[in-house]
Design a protein around this ligand. Sequence first.
Ligand code: H2B
Length: 102
Amino acid sequence: MSVRLEADERDQSLRELVENGWTLNDVQDTINKTFKFDDFNSAFGFMTRVALLAEKLKHHPEWTNIYNKVDVKLTTHDLKALSKSDVQMALFMDHIYVTIGD
Ligand SMILES: C[C@H](O)[C@H](O)[C@H]1CNC2=NC(N)=NC(=O)C2=N1
């Protein structure tokens, strides 16, 4: 089940994520980021690790991959808004990007 973000939690989370390169689309209420890698193998490795978490959380990113680039959009379709799961996914992506990314 999707859990709404309280206003103060949302503000704080978004501030941190924007500092880490995420952009807020406040019309669609999505957060977006482009991750760049050395090559396709690294990009796909990143997607594989994220996919395992997505299945566990039952929360799935919208994304496209072109060679070494992964464009990610996170939002919660149930709520048509950002939720705690989006923040959790974004933090996880930033965390593993440090170990895989260039
Ligand atoms: C039934 C299933 O858990 C839901 O449809 C999940 C699947 N993954 C999802 N992913 C995202 N990003 N938002 C959702 O609302 C959502 N709902």
